[in-house]
Design a protein around this ligand. Structure first.
Ligand code: PRX
Length: 635
């Protein structure tokens, strides 16, 4: 089959049709032709959304790193696999070839083994965007250990929760990280987290900022001397297709974060196939995704998808504003980037700076642009299209989730006609549908509903680590025989999808998923706070920002409100991380509640968005009188 690259719109429809009428045959052909398996499968797919249980390529054996590294050694040994661009633009970029990456991963794999890590053990990785991050991810996969990468902007409490949830034995970190003009003491955060984690027996520390740190005797080891001594080859562990590859935590609307578990075979096939097609990657291209490997976008489209295709993938350590707001465009010019994949929040932040930063740079290498993580507004879409893509590089607005593992709805560049703010059509093999509140499927076009997926695709998460019941309740219980995404969407007159946003209590701030419950829990820890409710409200750069309504205990009502605001945001920073800080905190006498005592967030959302004319009937509330007071005092 020749359709690893989908080229024209008609071809898309043909391939799509086959992928949904004969899904098993379709994915079997893709898997056979484009990957290296130690043993082929007995069965392509078995599934039951009621249990839920999904298995792809059962009985097959492989190691994903043989697909990402070893098999490129004949033809691409000296091709750059990872192009590392440091935080400081005066520090030289590092070109790590496939041969070098293979060797670094093998050495690291040997170090992991020597430290007592075995197949199936969990390893927590808490690193900045330096090559060791990608190398450690691949080293875990090489020995069959399950990596759990935690974004290095999370706090000590958030880190320890994630370490304990999956019982990690090891943490891999660095002495610190660079972030623009700042440095962050990562090792200090790890030390604090580990006070609550008894299961961690060793900590490997990469040197990055050369700061003074504490090394705990017997537990902490500098990474480099161990790597220097390790052997440069390691025979990959043979994994079953359905063995776990990694756990990645994502926020839920309630409770602790959900450890989404992905497995080896299906994840590899789907991320590689989507990468090739959504970015129309060609052999000589330099591809850059600006995400952090701490998120799913980095897992699938900085590490696994690109490397499985033998691509050159850029890893950028810094931030878009350092040393100035032209940094992204400087990197595009310097490395002649062909595909550029970023988040709408970054586009909005850069657009706000005006075009002078863009015009200084030659962006003619760009061929394809991508966005991910939140709905892209019309203005940002046009700015991106006109100023970055010069109206010649199609924009792939890619909708997907940590849970889906790979891109689910997206135009295929040079094939699907794009439409601003629309993720357009399902990717090959994906069967989306819209449901109404009565649980019925909404047929036809020009309709709006809740986005569900009717049929499994190879990279769907298989469970929530340690809590299969929660997996079932969250994704498979809202509608029979459907995966429920938690998003709302509309379908236009030609069948294009536009994602309108979350329909649950998850709020997407600057492209990061935040659950309201853990933030409220953090606020409620403050000794002056009686109760709180968080809602999102529209923000011109972040997409959404957080608005908190807080009631104080009687004894604290006279306290200085600015001090309280600072203390509350500090608590949130300590418990979750700075990404969850509130933009606005309004102290209120009471929160609007239903007669059964439930907080009416819908009303609070409307007030935060200044949509007071859309409050609806508030007379049935338990305490309707508070609403007007909240409106009068709103920030
Ligand atoms: O609400 C959708 C939004 O991001 C959520 C998934 O977040 P996360 O698991 O962190 O993964 C983000 C990166 C894949 C979705 O439920 N989202 C993601 N992409 C888009 C989007 N909303 C609108 N348009 C998108 N292109």
């Amino acid at each position: 089959m020749s359709n690893y690259h989908i080229k024209q719109f008609e071809e898309y429809f043909q391939v799509y049709k086959k992928s949904v009428t004969q899904p098993e045959q379709f994915w079997e052909e893709i898997a056979e032709e484009h990957f290296y398996w130690r043993k082929k499968w007995n069965k392509v797919l078995s599934w039951d959304f009621a249990k839920p249980e999904i298995k792809w390529f059962e009985g097959a054996q492989l190691n994903i790193t043989e697909n990402c590294l070893d098999r490129h050694l004949h033809s691409r040994a000296h091709k750059t696999a990872i192009l590392f661009e440091p935080n400081n633009p005066n520090e030289p970029a590092e070109h790590i070839t496939y041969k070098q990456l293979h060797e670094r991963v093998c050495r690291f794999a040997n170090v992991l083994k020597e430290q007592g890590i075995n197949k199936g053990d969990r390893v927590c990785i808490y690193l900045p965007m330096i090559p060791e991050l990608a190398v450690s991810v691949l080293a875990c996969a090489r020995i069959g250990a399950i990596h759990s990468v935690v974004f290095a902007g999370f706090s000590a409490t958030a880190l320890s929760t994630r370490i304990n949830d999956c019982d990690a034995k090891m943490v891999i970190t660095s002495d610190g990280s660079y972030r623009g003009a700042k440095t962050i003491d990562l090792k200090g955060i790890v030390d604090e987290a580990l006070e609550d984690c008894n299961g961690v027996t060793s900590v490997l520390v990469a040197k990055r900022i050369h700061s003074e740190i504490n090394m705990k005797e017997g537990r902490d080891h500098w990474l480099q001397p161990l790597l220097d001594e390790a052997y440069k080859d390691y025979t990959a562990e043979i994994m079953d297709a359905e063995d776990p590859l990694f756990i990645l935590y994502t926020s839920g609307s309630t409770g602790k974060p959900k450890g989404m578990m992905h497995t080896c075979g299906g994840y590899m096939v789907y991320t590689a196939y989507t990468f090739k097609n959504v970015f129309q990657y060609r052999e000589e291209d330099v591809y850059w995704c600006t995400a952090d490997i701490g998120w799913i976008t980095g897992h699938s489209y900085i590490v696994y998808g690109p490397l499985a295709n033998g691509a050159t993938t850029v890893m950028f350590e810094g931030v878009p504003s350092y040393p100035d707001y032209g940094r992204f465009w400087d990197i595009v010019e310097k490395h002649k980037v062909s595909q550029f994949y970023t988040a709408p929040t970054a586009i909005r932040a850069l657009a706000k700076q005006g075009n002078a930063f863009v015009e200084k740079h030659d962006l003619s290498s760009l061929k394809v642009l991508g966005t991910v993580g939140e709905p892209i507004n019309e203005e940002a879409w046009h700015w991106y299209n006109e100023n970055i893509g010069k109206k010649k590089s199609p924009i792939a607005d890619t909708w997907w989730q940590t849970e889906t593992g790979g891109i689910m709805i997206s135009p295929i560049p040079f094939c699907t006609p794009t439409k601003p703010t629309y993720a357009t059509l399902p990717f090959i093999g994906v069967q989306p549908t819209l449901m109404n509140e009565k649980g019925e499927e909404i047929k036809g076009n020009q309709v709006e509903g809740r986005l569900c997926i009717k049929y499994p695709w190879p990279s769907i998460a298989r469970t929530i680590w340690g809590n299969h019941q929660r997996y079932k309740d969250t994704y498979f219980s809202a509608y029979d025989n459907m995966y429920f995404t938690g998003d709302g969407a509309l379908r236009d007159e030609v069948g294009y999808y536009r994602i309108t946003g979350r329909v649950d209590d998850v709020i997407i701030v600057s492209g990061h998923n935040l659950g309201t419950a853990p933030i409220e829990d953090a606020i409620n820890e403050h000794q002056a706070v009686a109760e709180s409710a968080i809602v999102g409200f529209p923000h011109d750069v972040k997409g959404n920002a957080l608005y908190g309504y807080v009631t104080l205990k009687g004894s604290s009502e006279g306290r200085n409100q600015d001090n309280l605001r600072q203390e509350i945001n500090q608590l949130i920073t300590d418990r979750i991380g700075p990404i969850a800080k509130l933009n606005k905190i309004q102290f209120v006498e009471g929160l609007p509640k239903t007669r059964s005592g439930k907080i009416m967030r819908r009303i609070l959302r409307k007030i935060a968005a200044s949509e007071m004319d859309q409050l609806g009937d508030t007379s049935t509330l338990l305490n309707p009188e508070v609403v007007q007071r909240i409106i009068d005092d709103r920030l």
